[in-house]
Design a protein around this ligand. Structure first.
Ligand SMILES: [Zn+2]
Length: 212
């Protein structure tokens, strides 16, 4: 199955991508990793991308799409793939279609903004060992202190409500319109992201027509 996975930051896309990757025995392909690899391998298109980055410019959509296409033609994608973090804009989605890459389904994980803000802003991590906590669902024994190493628990700058709201707005403005594009092509399926991981996993399976 050639799958595009989309959803707002904090919706659990990474986790569901991993679960689907194991279940379907296909790789998750992330654009960031792809770009770095193409540059490292100094492929023709990798060299072009590197020039934009070195000049301090954004890598244009057609270059990114070429890199994605090159990556998806590798043997480990023959059985299918899960694209995570791409396309990010309708222009990229259109360019991907025009490049001839075949997509079977686009799965959108749906979680309300308020739930994401609550979920992410309750995350903490140990400032010494990096162990993850959540002040609602995964509390430490002593407030503010790591169970494992007694380090101080901190909130990452990314997880402050203001920052989360900004990231959600970028998603709604730039990425969410892709849903309408893929819906017109008859490829869009949606799954509700729930508080419990197993509930989300079963919603995802239903949306993709897999056995629950
Ligand atoms: Zn710790």
């Amino acid at each position: 199955m050639n799958l595009v996975l989309m959803g707002p930051p904090g919706a659990g896309k990474g986790t569901q991508g991993e679960i689907l990757s194991k279940r379907l025995d296909i790789n998750t392909i992330s654009t960031g990793v792809m770009l770095r690899t193409a540059i490292k391998e100094q492929s023709e298109i990798g060299k072009i991308a590197e020039k934009y980055i070195n000049d301090g410019k954004l890598v244009p959509d057609d270059v990114i799409v070429s890199i994605v296409k090159e990556r998806l033609q590798k043997p480990d994608c023959a059985k299918g793939f899960i694209l995570d973090g791409f396309p990010r804009t309708t222009a990229q989605a259109e360019a991907l279609t025009e490049s001839g890459v075949k997509i079977d389904k686009v799965l959108s994980l749906e979680v309300a903004d308020e739930a994401i803000i609550e979920r992410l802003s309750s995350r903490r991590e140990c400032s010494k060992c990096g162990a993850p906590y959540n002040i609602i669902s995964n509390k430490p024994e002593t407030e503010g202190i790591c169970d494992k190493c007694k380090g101080e628990l901190i909130q990452r700058a990314d997880d402050v409500p203001e920052t989360i709201k900004n990231r959600l707005n970028v998603y709604h403005e730039q990425t969410e319109p892709i849903k309408a594009y893929y819906e017109k092509l008859g490829l869009l399926v949606t799954a509700k992201g729930e508080d419990k991981l197993e509930d989300t996993t079963s919603n995802v399976a239903k949306a993709l027509g897999l056995e629950v």
